[in-house]
Design a binder for this molecule. Structure first.
Ligand code: FAD
Length: 503
């Protein structure tokens, strides 16, 4: 028998889920949030909640015995990754045949591990990707609401120009400008006032202490400090951690039943339970939500799901690469982990690319300029359900990644030729690999808005079943995605609370 725990259940606790939880709680609707990861609020023996990127321990990765950082090697040496004890750590790398997807695990989802870059896409590109959404309303109401709730701020330009911590960014800007390219500051949810105190030596270092992909102990306005804190403050929201949703079915009276495995710190399932609810919100992320829905469709527990469920997936054209600088162009031993600038060539219709200037904080001068390029790769893939492993498979091919690489290469060949520089060959595991095209930080799609759902995230074929996360975005948004995901979730919740929950 399912426990009728709360009228509303939210699966996951990333951006889409956190918005749903807050707005439901504020509307007076009792809501249960189910999150498979931990609540990251307790210090370990070293006095810290999270470990740094340069000293990973069990807290770094989701049930691994060795870390799997995006940079496999440095000077071809396997110095980046470390053996660790298997534990429900904060970063996961979900491996599909030709594409790995990095995701955050824990209360706050991706906000715990991401680079804090809070970028609003070009309105024209948003309108191209979401032709049925009123973009005037998005840019007038929901994007500003999302930015204000997330605590978006910008680096003080004068401090940026003078601090050693952003020397690596200034060098990359100079090299882009030498190639006739323009750069732009990128807003952030990392508190720059705190960062300036770190630099001054009056606050504990976090962004300036090599903390990022395995979590930040200070300075970052992750969702547990913004949306989720406010959601809990309504008194109507409860969060269950270490509970992984596995199945969704519909009861005879039209309510939903969610089957959940509760796991312990070794990953063992210690209890399986069911939650009943009237309203079900899926915020488990592009991979998590899509897997739940393709499984439910193929196992027949939600048979009316349409053929678009599972489709329209893309990696936001992500490619990582490094350039080798001349000896006189030092990037600095001290680097902030929070990027603040991008090379913006998106308006180049022949080859649209937006490339983030990324840090590589090793504590030593290494002359590497690192980038995460977001290319306008039009390729899309689909998830299918594999009954043998009871999991979703992603049909992304290596040839589809090659499209992103050729676009990134065109841009960075220009930068290299203008500066007489070359690529770094020692970063991604083998000397033939200059472009890391086999992983993404930006999984998007799987339940695309207007296809798998209506224009407000209501899943087609069902009532009171919603998607609020990155699976709604059709594979590409041209910039880092969390502001867009948050703004779309705000728009969905405004509509759903006005139309679907009235007594
Ligand atoms: P997520 O944030 O992925 O949240 C999903 C949550 O659901 C997770 O907590 C997960 O544990 C949980 N979950 C999944 N399945 C289940 C299940 N079956 N049962 C229970 N819980 C489940 N974006 C930017 O905009 N700017 C950046 O600077 C940036 N940098 C990034 C750096 C890294 C290293 C990574 C990994 C991502 C980065 N991103 C960045 C991407 C951004 O974090 C994601 O786009 C965003 O988190 C997606 O939000 P979401 O709501 O779709 O889901």
């Amino acid at each position: 028998e399912a426990v009728d725990n709360a009228p509303a259940v939210v699966i996951g606790s990333g951006y889409g889920a956190a918005v749903a939880a807050l707005r439901l709680g504020q509307a007076g609707i009792r809501t249960l949030v189910i999150e498979m990861g931990r609540l990251w609020d307790t210090a370990g023996p070293d006095g810290k909640v999270f470990c740094a990127t340069n000293a990973p321990d069990q807290r770094s990765m989701w049930f691994r015995t060795r870390t799997e950082a995006p940079l496999a090697t440095f000077l071809w040496l396997d110095v980046v990754n470390r053996d660790i004890t298997a534990y429900p750590g904060v970063l996961d790398r979900v491996r599909f045949a030709n594409m790995s997807v990095y995701v955050g695990r824990g209360v706050g989802g991706g906000s715990l591990v991401n680079g804090s870059m809070a970028v609003t896409p070009l309105q024209s590109y948003f309108a191209e990707q979401f032709p049925t959404v009123n973009s005037t309303e998005m840019y007038g109401t929901y994007f500003p609401r999302a930015r204000s709730m997330l605590g978006v701020n910008t680096v003080d330009p004068a401090w940026f120009e003078s601090t050693e911590w952003y020397r690596f960014t200034r060098i990359s800007r100079k090299h882009a400008e030498n190639a006739g390219l323009k750069t732009t500051f990128v807003p952030s949810v990392y508190d720059f006032a705190y960062m300036q105190r770190e630099a001054a030596g009056t606050a504990t270092k976090s962004a300036l202490g090599a903390e990022v992909i395995y979590g930040n102990n200070h300075g970052k306005r992750s969702l547990d400090k913004t949306y989720l804190a406010s959601a809990l403050g309504t008194g109507n929201v409860t969060i269950h951690t270490m509970e992984r949703a596995r199945g969704i079915r519909r009861a005879g009276d039209g309510t939903y039943v969610v089957t959940v495995d509760r796991i312990d710190d070794t990953g063992r399932v210690v209890e399986t339970k069911e939650y009943g609810c009237t309203y079900l919100f899926l915020g488990a992320g592009s991979v998590g939500t899509t897997e739940l829905l393709v499984r439910a469709r193929e196992k027949g527990t939600l048979p009316a799901l349409n053929a678009s469920v599972g489709g329209g997936w893309g990696p936001n054209g992500n490619v990582m690469l490094g350039r080798a600088n001349h000896l006189w162009d030092t990037v600095g031993a001290n680097q902030s982990t929070m990027p603040v600038m991008g090379i913006d060539d998106w308006s180049n219709t022949d080859n649209p690319v937006f490339a983030e200037i990324a840090p590589l904080p090793t504590g030593l001068e290494h002359w590497v300029s690192l980038y995460l390029a977001i290319t306008k790769n039009p390729q899309r893939a689909s998830f299918t359900y594999d009954s043998a492993t009871d999991s979703a498979k992603l049909g992304w091919s290596a040839a589809q990644s090659a499209v992103s690489v050729s676009m990134a290469k065109k841009l960075f060949d220009r930068i290299n030729s203008a500066n007489s520089t070359i690529y770094r060959y020692d970063l991604f595991g083998s000397s033939s690999k200059i472009f890391a095209d086999d992983f993404t930080y930006h999984p998007l799609g799987g339940c695309v808005l207007g296809k798998a759902t209506d224009d407000y995230g209501r899943v087609k074929g069902y009532s009171k079943l919603y998607v609020t996360d990155g699976s709604l975005v059709p594979g590409s948004i041209g910039v880092n995605p969390f502001v867009t995901i948050t703004a779309l979730a705000e728009r969905t919740m405004a509509r759903v609370l006005a139309e679907d929950t009235a007594p």
